[in-house]
Design a protein around this ligand. Structure first.
Ligand SMILES: [Fe+2]
Length: 149
């Protein structure tokens, strides 16, 4: 397979704020500005180019596959920074994570309202796991019912 996803633009109200937020939560770094773009690069070489716009921003979804150890750190940062979390993509289960496919997953919003997800097992990798569909409360997690639907 020769095709690799390389970069995309993430619309933001404030590119600095959004890029810093995501980089900080995920343990990545913010790159040097490239014209109007402020890049954050993932481990598999995808560049997320944050762009400040003054228009309405439709909610998009960005999902990041991480190791269990990274997930521990990501979840700890979300809790420490009081970023509200959910176990599901529809905001039905605040303050919790999911155990889908026997791994762990969490949803949170970025400063522009995009739906971010960090998870440890690809979708469908182990749907027969007894943990699939289970959610767990996260002690100390920020809880909010303000999830855009
Ligand atoms: Fe997703």
């Amino acid at each position: 397979m020769a095709v690799q996803f390389n970069h995309t633009i993430i619309l933001s109200r404030d590119r600095e704020k959004s890029a810093q937020f995501l980089a900080e939560i995920l343990g990545l770094s913010v790159g040097r500005p490239f014209g109007p773009f402020l890049p954050v690069v993932t481990a598999n070489g995808v560049t997320l180019d944050f762009l400040t716009v003054g228009t309405d921003i439709p909610m998009q979804h960005y999902a990041f596959l991480v190791s269990e150890e990274e997930f521990d750190r990501i979840l700890a940062r979300l809790v420490q920074q009081k970023v509200p979390i959910w176990a599901d993509p529809h905001g039905q289960e605040p303050g919790r994570i999911n155990r889908n496919d026997g791994g762990r997953g969490v949803y949170f919003l970025d400063p522009s309202g995009h739906g971010m997800e960090a998870f440890t097992r690809p979708y469908g990798s182990d749907p027969s796991s007894p943990l699939h569909g289970v959610t767990e409360e996260v002690p100390g997690a920020a809880v909010s019912d303000k999830f855009p639907r």
